[in-house]
Ligand binder design. Structure first.
Ligand code: 5AD
Ligand code: SF4
Length: 463
């Protein structure tokens, strides 16, 4: 489904409010601080929130302690992030008591859960406002209310329309995130995302390409195309993800195209060919497997079996031989037996991922899995997670060894704070390499030969 756009008049009204706020606060130059939880989509949303705040005249704060506007951009995929968030908000109560003009807001996925926004507003009377992921564009109006002492709850927006061209404060001058789809239609039985981020909507291909073009003209050379399931980009439209890769590949100034996440059920031969044929598309795919047991995958509603996953990986490696795979795995899904878990270990062993994000299953209220029988005790989840991580540590080491003597291009992304002459950046395959060099090389592409390995990265020498 193509993403519906917010009516221009409504955006213009917000811009007018933004100018009013700017005038109102201009004598004080207040600062803001955003604490971001969760995935890259949230990181990207925080960049838009920062862009909107700066348009209103707010400046970035050096620390949370100094800020006059503090925003928590929340995640609700697992309960760990939720607990951490609630503790961090609670800690601000005392400060707010002595600092009348401090503005505290909470936004993001957690606020899209039914009742959560209301509960948070009741539990923390010192919080000025909460707003959901679909109404970022209303921030000027929300801030204006906060400045006049009015509390606001803004969580729903009918139809989940999106706003193009909102300002964004990006943190890198060379690499940028670009949203291509919003929401998710898959309803994996453990996952809260489809409930909080709504149905899957794709941005028009021309809008994505236009944004990439404008990023390239500002010096960005690497883009990461973001969606819960990028492989299904364009569903219900006359273009697909392969077409989008081809179009972005044609943008001058862009050297690298990354994308995440991919769902195995939508990984078509056509897409594999597009990865192989469009030279700027990086040879790395984040392909969450979640489990190695066909029975658990069925109960997760993943729409593939263990065998299908393996077939896809084999085919992909035939079409794009040097592609590196990373993955997400959940242990302790309801009903997971020791044998199911052993199947997960063996699939991971067989595939050989270069890295894996591993999670203990966390029941999310409102999802189907939360009501399934045979929930797994915490101690068992913990023990399985440990075994899974031990295996992945070994596999990462093996994978790193493969790179000894490898020569490849690295985008220089940063330098080690302690050893200022140690630069780092990634190969196209997403492997991180550290190598000696001058800070002046930030943002450039350098050819590096791998000379040694570390736990999660490689060491090398520049040519
Ligand atoms: N419990 C544990 N992990 C989860 N994920 C999503 N929902 C849950 C949950 N309820 C993991 C999946 C997904 C990643 C982003 O988070 O592995 O791919
Ligand atoms: Fe959640 Fe599954 Fe959608 Fe990923 S594909 S966001 S795990 S429902």
């Amino acid at each position: 489904m193509i993403a519906k756009q917010i009516e221009p008049e409504r955006l213009q009204r917000q811009q007018a409010i933004s100018r009013q706020v700017k005038e109102q606060i201009s004598s004080r130059s207040p600062t803001y601080y955003i604490e971001t939880y969760g995935c890259q989509m949230n990181v990207r949303d925080s960049q838009t929130i920062a862009g909107l705040l700066e348009q209103m005249g707010y400046l970035p704060a050096a620390s949370k302690e100094e800020a006059k506007v503090i925003l928590f951009n929340t995640c609700c995929v697992r309960d760990h992030a939720e607990k951490r968030l609630l503790a961090n908000i609670g800690a601000l109560k005392e400060r707010k008591d002595g600092e009348e003009d401090l503005i505290i807001g909470i936004c993001g996925c957690m606020m899209q859960q039914p009742d959560t926004a209301k509960k948070v507003m009741n539990r923390f009377p010192f919080v000025n406002f909460v707003f959901g992921t679909n109404v970022l564009w209303r921030l000027p109006e929300i801030i204006q209310c906060a400045l006049s002492g009015e509390r606001v709850t803004a969580t729903e927006e009918e139809g989940f329309a999106i706003a193009e061209d909102l300002p964004a404060q990006r943190d890198s001058q060379y690499s940028a995130f670009v949203n291509i789809t919003f929401g998710c239609d898959n309803f994996c039985t453990y996952c809260i995302v489809p409930y909080v981020r709504g149905r899957e909507r794709s941005r028009a291909l021309v809008d994505v390409v236009e944004e990439v073009r404008s990023l390239a003209s500002s010096g960005i050379s690497e883009v990461t195309l973001l969606g819960q399931n990028v492989n299904s980009y364009g569903k219900g439209m006359d273009v697909d993800f392969a077409d989008l890769l081809k179009a972005v590949n044609g943008v001058d100034g862009i050297r690298r195209i990354r994308y995440m996440s991919s769902h195995p059920k939508d990984l078509s031969p056509r897409l594999m060919e597009a990865i192989a044929q469009n030279s700027k598309v990086c040879h790395h795919m984040h392909l969450p497997m979640q489990s190695g047991s066909t029975e658990i995958l069925r109960r997760m509603n993943r729409n593939y079996s263990r065998e299908k996953y393996l077939q896809l990986v084999d085919k992909l490696r035939t079409v794009v031989p040097d592609i590196e795979l990373t993955t997400d795995v959940i242990v302790g899904f309801p009903g997971e037996t020791e044998q199911d878990f052993l199947d997960t270990l063996s699939l991971m062993d067989q595939v050989g991922f270069s890295a894996a994000f591993t999670f203990k299953y966390s029941p999310r209220k409102g999802t189907r899995a939360a009501d399934m029988p045979d929930q797994i005790p915490e101690a068992v989840k913990k023990e399985r997670l440990q075994r899974l991580n031990d295996l992945q540590t070994r596999k990462t080491r093996e994978n790193n060894q493969k790179y000894l003597g490898h020569r490849g291009e690295v985008l220089v992304e940063g330098f080690d704070q302690r050893e200022q002459t140690l630069l780092f950046g990634k190969l196209g395959t997403f492997k991180m390499v550290y190598f000696p060099g001058d800070k002046g090389l930030l943002g450039t592409y350098q050819t590096v030969t791998v000379t040694d390995t570390a736990k999660n990265s490689l060491l090398g020498q520049m040519e």
